[in-house]
Design a protein around this ligand. Structure first.
Ligand code: DON
Length: 310
């Protein structure tokens, strides 16, 4: 029998290999504040099922989690309104870019899934459900801090303002959905909360900690409490696998073989059910808007540790 590889050794090797690679992808520029991030950054953090934490590179540097926040807003919205959420947003891969509008007209304003921008905006609307934006945002932030067991998680106001100033597509998506009655709250409230939850800043370590409930069948291992039922955790993982990387989801499943959610800040949260919660960060993106080296790092990790779910 071969001994399983040492996690910390594998993580350190990956951090070293990624730091030296010349192919780093392109940093997102459509949100001006994100264009300022150094593409040489790379971080990785793995929280194993037994609680061991392995880290490499810039694992403790906070970055803009962007669409990775959509895993947590989906979880919150399901907790609030349950499976009724699926009347307002689908759970099929879109095969289109994250900010695409084309399917909305054909599908009566109901977005394909909760991870494309339109879907995440509809999910944010469900969280707001008549409350003030400040309250909804406070709820999201408290949830992140609880899951990560860390009070030091904050919103990067400069990133939120930068996205608001340039968020013309999201304004269009939200108004278009509102015209079909899919958005219930005032559009500017919904977008205010959306821009701010995308602007949450977290490190790889904090993000991997926050993802633990998806590894532990819905349970927060810090408290022993159920965040969601085991069935719901399984389903969130399923949506991450099929939709978490937009039109790059098939490629991610093929290469990495784990549920994962990317963000244009260059972060990816990946889940090896029963084994580990993993966060990687490399700001340079591929053509689908997913972290180029983040994906390669996860592919390497899953292969060396034998963690693919397939
Ligand atoms: O709405 C946007 O465009 C950004 N706040 C989030 C997009 C995103 O992270 C796409 N992910 N790869």
């Amino acid at each position: 029998m071969t001994a399983s590889p040492d996690l910390q050794t594998v993580v350190a090797e990956i951090a070293d290999e990624m730091a030296r690679r010349p192919d780093r992808g392109e940093v997102a520029t459509y949100i001006p504040e994100l264009a300022r991030v150094d593409p040489a950054r790379f971080g990785i953090a793995v929280v194993a099922a037994d609680g061991t934490v392995a880290m490499g590179g810039d694992a403790d540097v906070a970055f803009s989690i962007q669409s990775v926040s959509k895993v947590f807003t989906l979880t919150l919205a399901l907790g609030k309104i349950g499976d009724r959420l699926w009347r307002r947003v689908g759970r099929e891969p879109s095969g289109s870019p994250f900010n695409s509008i084309v399917q909305l007209e054909r599908e009566q304003g109901v977005p394909r899934n909760p991870f494309i921008n339109a879907g995440a905006i509809a999910v944010t609307d469900a969280i707001l459900s008549g409350h003030q934006p400040r309250e909804a945002l406070g709820e999201i932030l408290r949830f992140m801090r609880y899951l990560a067991d860390d009070e030091q998680i904050v919103i990067d106001e400069a990133v939120a303002a930068s996205e608001k100033g340039a968020g013309f597509r999201n304004v269009a998506l939200a108004n278009y959905m509102k015209s079909f009655g899919v958005i219930e709250n005032p559009v500017d409230y919904v977008l205010g909360v959306y821009f701010h939850h995308c602007a949450i800043a977290m490190s790889c370590r904090q993000l991997a900690m926050a993802g633990r409930f998806l590894t532990h069948a819905g349970r927060n291992p810090s408290t022993g409490h159920l965040v969601v039922t085991a069935e719901r955790a399984r389903r969130i993982n399923a949506v991450m696998l099929t939709c978490g990387h937009y039109d790059g989801s098939g490629e991610f499943a093929y290469r990495v073989g784990l549920p994962g959610k990317s963000g244009v800040g260059g972060g990816i949260l990946a889940v090896a059910p029963g084994r580990a919660s993993i966060a990687v960060w490399s700001p340079g993106l591929d053509a689908s808007g997913n972290s180029h080296l983040g994906r390669i790092a996860l592919e390497t990790l899953a292969k060396r540790m034998g963690w693919s779910i397939f």
